[in-house]
Design a protein around this ligand. Structure first.
Ligand code: 5GP
Ligand code: MN
Length: 316
């Protein structure tokens, strides 16, 4: 077991990165670690690299200090943290910093994670990377600002403490974070439930576009580039659509595809009950968790739908 404080002794430059298209757990866990280092190791040179984050997470402390491009004066980091990433490919344009660093740490909860760092703290049964980051910090050093980061990530990866990844331990940690004085109902409402008008409208479109397959056990929907443009939304605004598909009565697997700029399709998979969607995502070069996974697939929409359905049917 590594401790954050132990890893930071004797280092001068530290880099932190999360996965491409950062979500709540990715932003929350990396910012929690960044704030911790900034607070307690002011002489360290620390940089947090992430692709542009959704606006809803910009209230988190020091989010304005995040570096969005692989630009730095540091030629080689003494220590580099990869958080919430199942493999180095998920680090996107920041992967080289990780690969060149003198020492590396991975903190993650993806089942597909092959323990690719020097030090690995990987627990697929953990609700979120934030839960793991909490365990590696000194509890008394967790400020209200750090608690806000960790709580936000936990809220997002557990669907507000609802998904089966939520454990008694998750709730205990959330309780400790609540006692740090955070405005938890506001975090939940502002970052999880509140959607813009256009986000709600594209959700409506996605529901209209959905169809049932495999005797109603699978629901598939998609939105095209054209539709995203018509509703003036970006990929980061489509979070939550696949979860709405999943709660369709009697559906076991939900598939949501949206068109990328290059014509490929980004797939999201969710499941009710016993079914491992990470296995399906891995077939297409993606990954994730047993109950929530993703991938990118190339081809026409009907072709891609057929290929994904075939992989699901094999396993149902
Ligand atoms: P989402 O469907 O919300 O994009 O992702 C669900 C889960 O699968 C997340 O934990 C995410 O990190 C993971 N995931 C999504 N897309 C990919 C991908 O292309 N590759 C890998 N390895 N994991 C992914
Ligand atoms: Mn996560």
């Amino acid at each position: 077991m590594i401790r954050i404080d132990e890893k930071l002794t004797g280092v001068r430059t530290v880099g932190i990165a999360g996965h491409v298209r950062p979500d709540g757990d990715c932003v929350g866990s990396t910012l929690a670690l960044y704030n911790y280092i900034k607070n307690y190791y002011p002489t360290l040179e620390v940089t947090l690299f992430l692709e542009p984050i959704p606006n809803i997470f910009k209230f988190l402390n020091r989010s304005e200090e995040i570096v969005n491009t692989p630009d730095t004066d540091v030629s080689q980091f003494d220590l580099f943290f990869a958080l919430d990433c199942g493999d180095t490919g998920r680090l996107g344009s920041f992967a080289d910093f990780f690969l060149n660093a003198k020492s590396t740490v991975c903190i993650d909860h993806h089942v597909s994670n092959q323990a690719f760092a020097g030090d690995n703290y990987i627990f697929p049964e953990a609700s979120s990377t934030c839960e793991l980051v909490f365990e590696l910090m000194e509890e008394e050093r967790i400020t209200k600002e750090i608690a806000e980061c960790l709580y936000t990530g936990m809220v997002h990866d557990t669907g507000v403490f609802q998904y089966s990844c939520t454990s008694a331990k998750t709730m205990n940690i959330a309780g400790i974070l609540m006692e740090k004085g955070i405005d938890y109902p506001k975090i939940i409402d502002d970052t999880f439930y509140t959607k813009t008008f256009n986000q709600n409208r594209i959700l409506g479109q996605a529901l209209l576009n959905s169809s049932l397959y495999l005797n109603g056990r699978c629901i598939v929907s998609s939105v095209s580039r054209e539709e995203m443009e018509a509703f003036d939304v970006l990929p980061k605004h489509l979070d939550g659509i696949v979860n709405q598909l999943r709660v369709t009565k009697d559906v076991q697997v939900a598939v949501f595809l949206y068109e990328n700029e290059d014509g490929s399709w980004k797939g999201s998979l969710r499941v009710n009950g016993d079914f491992n969607v990470a296995e399906v995502a891995i077939v297409f070069g993606g990954g994730g968790h047993v109950k929530a996974a993703g991938f990118t697939i190339w081809g026409s929409l009907s072709e891609c739908t057929e290929r994904v359905l075939a992989e699901i049917e094999k396993r149902l």
